[in-house]
Design a binder for this molecule. Sequence first.
Ligand code: SF4
Ligand code: ZN
Length: 322
Amino acid sequence: MSKQQDLQIDDQWIRSLRGTKNHIDPLRPAHFLIEKERTLSGTIEDVITIFLTNRECRFTCLMCDLWKNTTDIPVPPGAIPTQIEWALEQLPAARHIKLYNSANFFDPGAIPPADYPGIAALVKTFETVIIENHPLLTGELCLQFARMIHPGLQVAMGLETIHPEALHKLNKKMKPEDFQRSVAFLKKNGISSRAFILLRPPFLTEEEGIHWAKKSLTYAFESGTDSCTVIPTRAGNGAMEHLQQKGLFSPPRIQSLEEVQAYGIGLRAGPVFADTWDLEQFSRCDLCFEKRRQRMEQMNLFQKNLPPLSCSCLNNSLLSSN
Ligand code: SF4
Ligand SMILES: [Zn+2]
């Protein structure tokens, strides 16, 4: 683990390094898309993702840049159902939907509970609704919403890493046990869960990043979570660039993501996905990048490890340091 000198990482410090937020319309989602994904039942199906616009998350995680598409004050009542309705009108039909809100679905300041019935009515034809939430906010509101909707609910939560110091420095204000308790609560109430695992958060070397991502995957499944998504840690929020300049953060290599994805799938404990968004930034080689991306996406869909790819860039990378 890198020396952190006397850095005082807290909300104030992280916020002081931010740029400006994007201009957003509270009656429109920030973005929406449809893509194929492996479901918990093992089928490959279309999944809609709507990135809802709402008030900024109350946590201030070190690596998070989701605040860019959020408001400073709660959106008006009815705005969230309006966003969902509008996005669904633009999209083809699907059986699964992610309602990601760049914050926590069960934060009443982000998604007003008064809007739950309106949201439930809009998603009633889906089989699965996947939302994102901080482990510390798993509770009665979650059960209230789950009772209201017809589809099965899945809660996606950031475990991030179980490296104690790195998790503390992420300023997520939780411990791995909070994640574990949250998964157990959801499971007891018939709600499935998905863990987000960060590959190489700040302060870890490449090897440590791989090692702790694997340990975190194992921990997530041993805690009872149903699936995991491995996210290569990215810069992009000001604080991460600052750490990068100080040599305290480097984005992981694409080969490390391949290794952790293969490890996770090999556990056979549930689907493990590698996050391939903006993947080119983790590659240093134009010769093999496209093949690596395709291989990872195939492994995401079929949950089967494919033979590793060889390329001359691997010999070069062995010669360079972290
Ligand atoms: S809890 Fe999630 S949305 Fe909130 S700051 Fe942390 S990573 Fe971002
Ligand atoms: Zn290559």
